[in-house]
Design a protein around this ligand. Structure first.
Ligand code: HEC
Ligand code: HEC
Length: 217
């Protein structure tokens, strides 16, 4: 078999794999989520509604299942995650669709030819979390030592561990407080204590550090 044919076959196989999840269906489902989380999953009300666009699909799916099972309390979302409303297949589709959304962290450079609507659409997607105050050096030191194994060096997460960078500071802080109070399990097996061992200032410093690395993504 020649190299070109092999490449073609390989491409076809990969394309087949990519189609396992139905992104159009995911987009359709997302229209019910958009009322709170925004059309591009960019979240809103300064993090009362978290960003879900560009988040890792495996994590999104886990959380949706956990809301549905009422393991993670989320009263506003309860009606949307009922079995009849959100079966497993839909969870996979909407999670894959949300993961595929790219939210840039830089303002776009417009072309002369871009009309007003194009410009508006391009700016709507820009997601820049305001810098949070705090000691960046201390935040970086703790983050790089205690959080990277799961949330990755640049805060993008890995596997089913969530992306933290590019998420609203207020939302992240609220989650950290819930973990510390034991109202949301962080990582039952190992981490239980990681967040509990942090001082309030350390948490603020980590949050500040996370907002400082988003531009480099
Ligand atoms: C009525 C408003 C509302 C609607 C509609 C809604 N959500 Fe949410 N969602 C919320 C709120 C509020 C939270 C944050 C809960 C918290 O602070 O713990 C949330 C949290 C989440 C989270 C957790 C994010 C994270 O980082 O852990 C995911 C995932 C999510 N929503 C997905 C969806 C999807 C998918 C849909 C549509 C099927 C949807 N939501 C519809 C209000 C809503
Ligand atoms: C051993 C792996 C592991 C380590 C280390 C870890 N985390 Fe996590 N983290 C998780 C998991 C798993 C979740 C999702 C938990 C769930 O399902 O609710 C999570 C969720 C979070 C969330 C909520 C994200 C969201 O979108 O709701 C925050 C905030 C967070 N971690 C902060 C931290 C910080 C800060 C550190 C370091 C001090 C840290 N984590 C270390 C595994 C880890």
């Amino acid at each position: 078999m020649n190299g070109r044919l092999l490449l073609l076959l390989l491409t076809l196989c990969l394309a087949g794999l990519g189609q396992a999840q139905n992104l159009d269906k995911g987009k359709e489902i997302n229209s019910t989520c958009a009322g709170c989380h925004g059309e591009f999953g960019q979240g809103g009300a300064r993090g009362e509604y978290p960003r879900i666009g560009g988040q890792r699909a495996a994590y999104l799916a886990d959380q949706l299942k956990s809301f549905r099972a009422r393991k993670r309390v989320n009263i506003p979302m309860y009606p949307y995650t009922q079995e009849g409303e959100l079966p497993d297949e839909d969870i996979k589709d909407v999670a894959a669709y949300l993961e595929s959304i790219e939210l840039p962290t830089k303002w776009p450079v417009f072309k002369e030819t871009d009309d007003a609507l194009t410009r508006l659409t391009l700016t709507e997607r820009v997601m820049i979390i305001p810098r949070a105050p705090g000691n960046l050096g201390n935040g970086e030191a703790i983050y790089q030592k205690q959080c990277v194994t799961c949330h990755a060096r640049t805060g993008t997460g890995r596997g089913k561990f969530p992306m933290l960078v590019g998420q609203y500071t207020g939302y992240l802080k609220r989650q950290m407080d819930l973990y510390v109070k034991g109202e949301r399990p962080h990582d039952e097996l190992e981490v239980g204590g990681v967040l509990n061992a942090l001082k309030e200032e350390d948490m603020q410093d980590i949050l500040a550090y996370l907002t400082s690395i988003q531009e480099q993504q």
